[in-house]
Design a protein around this ligand. Structure first.
Ligand code: AMP
Ligand code: ZN
Length: 483
């Protein structure tokens, strides 16, 4: 598989450090509010990446943090703790807020078929890990204490910027508009590893540490949790592109200074979901959630398809009009699959299966080209082979796509079979299968009966019987099965 690596700015062949396991880390949500569908775009695409790796035969261990402390309103280590802000807004404790929005996040993930990572770790569980890392950074001269806090000293690094070639001044936190400079910092990009009393007296969550009672900075969480569960080397670290700087840049700075060697090989960043007015963001207040889409009648998986239709390294603009188009595409796709006739136990057309799978896999291998992978679904539907093989191929693709293609098609088939036809007449297969030809004959028999042409009605019944189809007249319709 070739993946674009933000750290090297090119597509590279993915090779894990250890052949038997892919170690993957994902920045999890800050649980002070619902996730918006922009956040969920990142998680959908990361889910596809994990599933594509598993599809290729890799064994994956994926770890995600839950940020329930330490993420301040500004990247510049200033402003209120986001969790505290959420708790105040809702008149609840920080832990209640964290639990509520963590559950809400995983509810959304379930609706979007995002697999739960193998390890999910709240940041507040790992205070000892952070203290261990910070202590060594202080010993090694990569950190300093000032004004009650512990800071990472970026001047000790040969190279600080990893992901962008921007002019330092552009990125320097201290010079951004509206952000007051922290006078304790020796260098403008230094960041807090541990807060003590400083400016946040009313911090609800506090722990003892060698530097006084306080709480960890946001960046140290991800380094600590990753190393706790995955050790000192990482194959893939993912997150939204807004996390590249300063969050991931700082993660690399502190992790590599602590370890004394390279930490993570591949950095995968998902680009933003935007609205017409710009980036969707939690702190801006107005944002779209999965529940909102559901309340407007959208299937959450139509949103998943919406994300899969575009490449993860391009910004994606959300509008209801675009989502309507995708919802219609999804409906049609499911209807086409529903028209395939399952014939379980039939021999598989292995050559067709392999040819279709090859195109699908090649699309994923090319930096996760999900829109091309979707076209492989249409190729399968059109391919000259039997329906059972097509269904087997589509079930195989859905291990990565996660669109419930087979389940939704089966449901649709049942609905079609049970739906009363014109005149309130239901034609129901006793096994749940659908066969448009049989259904048309049954309807013709019903029409003949209505026209009192009983001879014709009996003739059709006999014809179906000769084909091995047995009919039972029931109130409001006919049930049929194969003898
Ligand atoms: P947060 O809960 O704010 O820590 O963000 C959770 C994830 O969503 C992170 O990986 C962010 O980089 C990502 N993210 C934030 N905003 C967007 C957006 N508009 N589009 C895509 N991903 C986003
Ligand atoms: Zn992180």
């Amino acid at each position: 598989m070739y993946l674009y690596n933000s750290a090297t700015h090119k597509k590279e062949e993915f090779v894990p450090n250890h052949p038997d396991i892919v170690k993957m880390y994902t920045c999890g949500p800050t649980v002070y509010h619902y996730a918006h569908i922009g956040n969920l775009r990142s998680y959908i695409m990361e889910d596809v990446l994990e599933k594509a790796l598993r599809y290729e035969g890799y064994n994956v261990k994926r770890v995600m943090n839950i940020t329930d402390v330490g993420h301040l309103a500004s990247d510049a280590d200033t402003g209120e703790d986001k969790m505290l802000k959420g708790a105040k807004r809702e008149h609840k404790s920080v832990m209640e807020i964290a639990q509520f929005y963590t559950d809400a996040f995983f509810d959304d993930c379930r609706k979007l078929n995002i697999k739960r990572p193998d390890v999910v770790e709240p940041a507040t569980n790992c205070i000892n890990e952070y203290i261990k890392i910070i202590s060594r950074l202080l010993e090694n001269g990569f950190a300093y204490e000032a004004g009650g806090n512990v800071y990472f000293d970026t001047s000790k690094l040969d190279k600080y910027y990893i992901f962008n070639d921007h002019d330092e001044e552009d990125l320097a936190v201290g010079v951004r508009e509206g952000v007051e400079e922290d006078v304790n910092k020796r260098n403008k990009n230094d960041f807090v590893l541990w807060f003590t009393k400083s400016k946040f007296e009313d911090q609800a969550l506090k722990w003892d540490s060698p530097w006084g009672v306080g709480y960890p900075g946001w960046h140290i969480e991800c380094s600590g949790i990753s190393m706790k569960h995955l050790g000192g080397d990482l194959d893939i670290h993912c997150g939204g592109i807004d996390n590249a700087f300063p969050h991931h840049t700082n993660e690399i700075a502190q992790s590599e200074s602590y370890l004394g060697h390279k930490w993570c090989n591949f950095w995968v960043h998902v680009h933003h979901l935007n609205t017409n007015s710009g980036k969707m963001s939690k702190s801006k207040g107005e944002f779209l959630t999965v529940s909102l889409l559901e309340s407007k009648g959208y299937d959450p998986l139509a949103y998943r398809l919406f994300c899969l239709q575009s490449h993860y390294r391009r910004n994606l603009v959300f509008s209801y009009e675009n989502l309507d188009n995708t919802a219609a595409t999804y409906e049609k796709m499911i209807a086409k699959i529903a028209a395939l006739k399952p014939n379980e136990g039939a021999p598989m057309d292995q050559a067709a299966f392999d040819a279709l799978k090859q195109k699908f896999q090649a699309a994923l291998d090319n930096d996760l080209n999900t829109s091309l992978a979707i076209t492989a679904v249409y190729d399968a539907l059109k391919y000259k082979t039997d329906d059972q093989t097509k269904l087997a191929v589509l079930a195989d693709f859905d291990r990565v796509l996660g669109l419930d293609l087979i389940e939704k098609a089966a449901k649709k088939r049942k609905e079609l079979a049970a739906a009363p036809k014109a005149g309130g007449f239901a034609i129901v297969s006793e096994t749940g299968e659908s066969d448009p030809q049989v259904e048309a004959q049954i309807q013709a028999r019903q029409d003949a009966k209505k026209a009192k042409n009983f001879q014709e009605a009996d003739r059709i019944r006999d014809e179906l019987k000769a084909q091995g189809i047995e009919l039972t007249d029931v109130p409001g319709g006919v049930k049929w099965k194969r003898a």
